[in-house]
Design a protein around this ligand. Structure first.
Ligand SMILES: [Zn+2]
Length: 315
């Protein structure tokens, strides 16, 4: 029985690198502590709106979140998320805004996680993925799902409370599975979604349904999308995917059949590739090599055994 060894384990999957930030959840309900932290001169905050933040290039060529001392920030306490503290005791907050402020200087610009996740340091990426996840949830859960009353923010952005019925609502995370499927000849199955451009192929993925284990979700999704039956399922790694609120659970899965029958609904085309076939397809441009922050490229690399050829990138 194969156990997949991640040859690239020293390179963290995007959005999952250790950020060095302690989320310090025990402070979230301590209003006195939060007020003191907010007025402390070392505390930093950044703005988040619609999944976007402001980033800027530094003189040494790196990219960073645009942060300001919290005492200089216009405070609307209701829209302040406490994200944690670092090893030096610096506290970090995100401020939710309806829109991002205009350019803070000549080079600052807005960016979402798909772009910023490849540019920012692990600390800034960790702060951003936390803030964006909270902001997505806060923006779309303003009313109580029990009684319909408007809810209010609590726990420094990590809870919404209903003043009418007393319900507490927590940020939701929707589990999704993403899987590299191989057959007995060690070929890899890749599919092209109906809205993807010609040549863009990737691993299959889908949401876990109520009452289903994640292994069942892997088998159901693969069978629904391409008609392949799957036996053994091996968990590899996970990745936060706040677009808007998913957690991607990555697997390698072994097919027990090989005849492809695409559903035509989600998947337009699917193919089995040997390593040699995939390399040739990348080099000819017939298949566009995946890149970006998704765990998909890592699953393909895991099967491929080394970093993928770089020609013919796609988004
Ligand atoms: Zn309610």
């Amino acid at each position: 029985m194969t156990t997949w060894t991640d040859h690239t384990a020293d390179r963290p999957i995007a959005l999952t690198a250790p950020s060095g930030i302690d989320r310090a959840a025990h402070h979230r309900l301590d209003e006195a502590w939060l007020a003191a932290a907010w007025s402390h001169p070392t505390t930093r905050c950044f703005v988040v709106s619609g999944g976007q933040v402001l980033i800027d290039e530094t003189p040494d060529g790196t990219t960073e979140l645009v942060m300001t001392p919290s005492f200089e920030a216009p405070l609307t306490e209701a829209h302040r998320y406490f994200l944690g503290t670092d090893a030096e005791g610096v506290s970090y907050f995100a401020l939710q805004k309806d829109s991002l402020p205009g350019r803070m200087d000549q080079s600052a610009r807005s960016a979402g996680l798909r772009e910023a996740g490849m540019l920012l340091s692990p600390r800034d990426t960790g702060l951003m993925v936390h803030a964006v996840g909270l902001e997505n949830w806060q923006r779309t859960h303003r009313f109580c799902s029990r009684c319909g009353e408007r809810t209010v923010i609590a726990a420094a952005g990590h809870i919404r409370r209903c003043p009418a019925c007393g319900a507490e609502h927590y940020p939701r995370t929707d589990p999704a599975v993403i899987m590299g499927v191989t057959d007995d000849d060690d070929r890899l199955l890749l599919g092209r979604q109906v809205h993807w451009p010609e040549g863009r192929f990737s691993t299959l993925a889908g949401f876990v349904e109520p009452g289903e284990s994640i292994e069942q979700a892997v088998r159901r999704e693969v069978h629904e999308e391409v008609g392949i039956t799957v036996g053994r399922v091996e968990y590899i790694a996970s990745q936060p995917w706040p677009f808007p609120s998913s957690l991607m659970l990555g697997f390698m899965a072994r097919a027990t059949s090989t005849d492809i029958d695409v559903d035509g609904d989600e998947i337009h085309e699917a193919r089995w590739f040997s390593r040699e076939e995939l390399r040739a397809a990348f080099e000819s441009g017939e298949v566009l090599a995946p890149y970006g922050i998704s765990i998909a490229a890592r699953l393909i690399e895991l099967w491929y055994g080394k970093p993928l050829p770089t020609r013919g990138h796609t988004g």
